[in-house]
Each structure stands twice: as structure tokens, then as C-alpha cells.
Design a protein around this ligand. Structure first.
Ligand SMILES: [Ca+2]
Ligand SMILES: [Ca+2]
Length: 389
């Protein structure tokens, strides 16, 4: 019964979304299927100001356009979905009306589901609008940041001061809240966490508000410009500009092209089981744990540069511990760089392998191969939507 109800709900969502697309209207509501270009994953996290109340898509529109124009390839992630066609990726984690404590109660699950590389957090406005223990809001924000960095310790977390509010009393409360944010962020930095302050309050004035709370389109675009500047100041948070995906045929839609066995293995293109599109790559016939699908990338690497890897994987049966590795051969010596940490991969769904690592070598690089391997065993693996950037 529960399954049927969910299936019915999902069908309804699809119908509603189809109707909206046909009507050419703005797409809203939870995502039936998240969009992904395989880029570096960024989670816009917060309340209606992240969702884009009054201007669906909100700051995400201008941020997406700035990123795309500069050659960055990013995948916005989250359980929510809205915005116009000008927004190339509609996924987000903006929840209208939610306070800090409500985000805190759900954020670990969202982070575990979408594994963002970077988090953009703008939260606290509803604590003030609802007059919800406002003096305790900074402490709740601190707890929320700890929750995020515990679940996603490798993510860069950008924490914004909240934008102005028009009502004089609420404006004062926002300033008081904001005044505590730099110290909170600094305490996280001092603890070795990858947390960054974004002074969003300074970027907008009450003239940028359409209803006293939410920005106008121009106000949202000022937020976009502010997030973009902050992201660009932290190398790796949005990948490398102009590079795009260094892997060829990363989506496996072009069969086995550009992939070769690393060690003993047989590669084949599979239809019917895909993370994205209609095909994935099956690697079978492995005779050692390190055997797997590989791709030569030596010509594309820059010495000393940081790279973010993402590969979706699953087994044909059973569980395997899977990782991505870069074999670098320079001056006759081969070294192995771990690109993604160990991840438990099953046959029941796709698991994202992702990590950031710096590739460096001494002398002349003669060969470099990215490959997927297991820590033990030789079970066949499926991979899809692989990217290195
Ligand atoms: Ca997405
Ligand atoms: Ca595919």
C-alpha cells in the first residue's frame, strides 16, 4: 500500500511537471529526477531566499550563468527543484519558511544523498521573522555548521550573513545575528574546517527587496555575484575554469570509446542500467583487485594542480569497496595517487565515488591513467557519469 501510494505520488509529480513544461511555465516542486552534467556539485542550502520566492530560481539563475560563462562546469544538487529555463540546473535545497533548526534536522540526510563538493548556506531569516528565540540563533547556526562539516568534511562550506529586512525591528535583529557570524565562521576555520564567510548583507540594501524580505530579480543577481566572487576565491570549490570534464566519453553514451582495461579486464557497453542517459560501462573478467576501466589523461594534467573526481559505480551482485586511482609515470617511476576514498558499492543502486586531490610529479610525465579498482576481489563493476576536472 505504501509503495503504491508513493508510486502514485511520483506519477502525479511527473504529470504535473510535464504539464508545466508543456505550458512553458516555471518548473517547480520536488525533483522527479535530478539534473546532472557531471560537474562539481554545489548545494544551494537555505530557505525561500535560496528557493527563489518572488523570482523562481532566485540567485541560482545568475550564479549558474556566471559559472557557465566562465567555463566552470557545476552540478547544483538538492532534493528540491525549480526555476526557469535560463537556470541550467534546477536542483537546490531551499525550503521556504524553514528556520535554522529545521534545516539542521534534515541536512545530514541531504548531504549523504547528494555528496556536494561545496555548500552555499544562507539561513536565519525565518528565525527572525518568526521571532523564534532570536538570541539563540547564532548558536543554532554554529551547531548547523558543525552538522554540515561532520557529514561533509571535505566540502567547502560558504556561510552567508543574511540579507537585509525592511521592517526596522527585524532589520536590527538581522544585524545583531549577522554580527555574530564572522566569529562563528572563524571558530570553525580555527578548528581546521573548510568554512568561509560571505558578507551577503553588505551586497544588498532594502531597495533590493520586493516584499520587504525577498529580493527583486536585481537583488537576487547581486546575491549571485557575491556567491560567485566568494567561490572563485576558494580554489577547487567550483572546479577549474575552462577545463570542463577532462575525461572523454565520461557519460559512457559512446560505448567503450576512450576507455581501456587497466590490467586484465573486459569492457563492454551496457544498456538498460545507466546512472544517466541510456548506457553505462561494464568491466568484467578482472583477475586482480586493481584491474578496472582506465583512461589515459597525461596530456590533460597540469603539475601541482588540484583535481576533483566523480564516478558513479555499482556492482552486478554483492558489495565491493571501490576507489578511483591515478597512476602517474614520470622519469621512469610510477606513483599512485588516490583520487576518491573507499566507498561501499552495491548492486542495488548507484554510489558516487568522489574526492579532490593534487596531482604532482618530478621530471617529465610520460603516462597517466585514471582507473577504477576495488580494495579486494574481482567482482564485475558498472561505472557511469565519470568526470575529472
Ligand atoms: Ca543537478
Ligand atoms: Ca550513461
Amino acid at each position: 500500500m505504501q509503495v503504491l501510494r508513493h508510486a502514485g505520488l511520483q506519477a502525479l509529480r511527473v504529470l504535473v511537471m510535464l504539464a508545466l513544461v508543456v505550458a512553458g511555465a516555471t518548473i517547480t516542486g520536488p525533483a522527479a529526477h535530478a539534473e546532472s552534467n557531471g560537474g562539481v556539485r554545489v548545494m544551494p542550502l537555505g530557505d525561500s531566499i535560496t528557493e527563489g520566492t518572488q523570482v523562481p530560481g532566485g540567485y541560482r539563475i545568475g550564479l549558474w550563468q556566471r559559472l557557465a560563462a566562465a567555463g566552470y562546469r557545476n552540478d547544483f544538487v538538492g532534493s528540491q527543484f525549480n526555476g526557469p529555463g535560463a537556470l541550467g540546473d534546477h536542483d537546490h535545497e531551499g525550503h521556504p519558511g524553514w528556520r535554522i533548526d529545521q534545516i539542521d534536522a534534515s541536512v545530514t540526510g541531504w548531504l549523504n544523498t547528494t555528496r556536494p563538493r561545496t555548500v552555499l548556506l544562507h539561513i536565519g531569516t525565518n528565525d527572525i521573522l518568526q521571532n523564534y528565540n532570536v538570541s539563540g540563533a547564532p548558536a543554532r547556526l554554529s551547531t548547523l555548521i558543525d552538522r554540515i562539516t561532520a557529514a561533509a568534511p571535505e566540502a567547502d562550506v560558504f556561510v552567508a550573513t543574511i540579507i537585509p529586512l525592511a521592517s526596522a525591528g527585524q532589520a536590527a535583529a538581522a544585524r545583531t545575528f549577522n554580527a555574530a557570524v564572522p566569529g562563528i565562521v572563524q571558530s570553525k576555520v580555527n578548528a581546521g574546517r573548510r568554512v568561509h564567510l560571505v558578507n551577503m548583507h553588505a551586497a544588498l540594501s532594502t531597495a533590493d527587496l520586493i516584499d520587504g524580505v525577498h529580493p527583486t530579480a536585481g537583488g537576487y543577481d547581486k546575491m549571485a555575484a557575491t556567491w560567485y566572487a566568494a567561490l572563485r576565491a576558494v580554489p577547487g570549490s567550483i572546479g577549474n575554469p575552462g577545463g570542463g570534464n577532462l575525461l572523454a566519453n565520461g557519460d559512457m553514451e559512446n560505448g567503450t570509446a576512450d576507455w581501456t582495461p587497466f590490467g586484465s579486464a573486459t569492457l563492454s557497453s551496457v544498456t538498460g542500467t545507466a546512472h544517466g542517459g541510456s548506457r553505462s560501462l561494464l568491466v568484467a573478467g578482472r583477475t586482480a583487485a586493481w584491474n578496472g576501466p582506465g583512461q589515459a589523461v597525461a596530456a590533460k594534467l597540469t603539475n601541482g594542480r588540484s583535481y576533483t573526481t566523480a564516478v558513479w559505480a555499482r556492482t552486478q551482485s554483492g558489495t565491493a569497496t571501490v576507489k578511483t586511482t591515478l597512476a602517474l609515470t614520470a622519469n621512469g617511476t610510477t606513483s599512485y595517487l588516490r583520487l576518491t576514498p573507499d566507498a561501499a558499492v552495491t548492486a542495488t543502486g548507484w554510489t558516487l565515488l568522489t574526492g579532490t586531490a593534487t596531482a604532482s610529479w618530478a621530471g617529465t610525465l610520460s603516462a597517466a591513467t585514471l582507473y577504477v579498482e576495488t580494495t579486494s576481489g574481482t567482482t564485475p563493476l558498472l561505472i557511469d557519469d565519470a568526470s575529472l576536472q
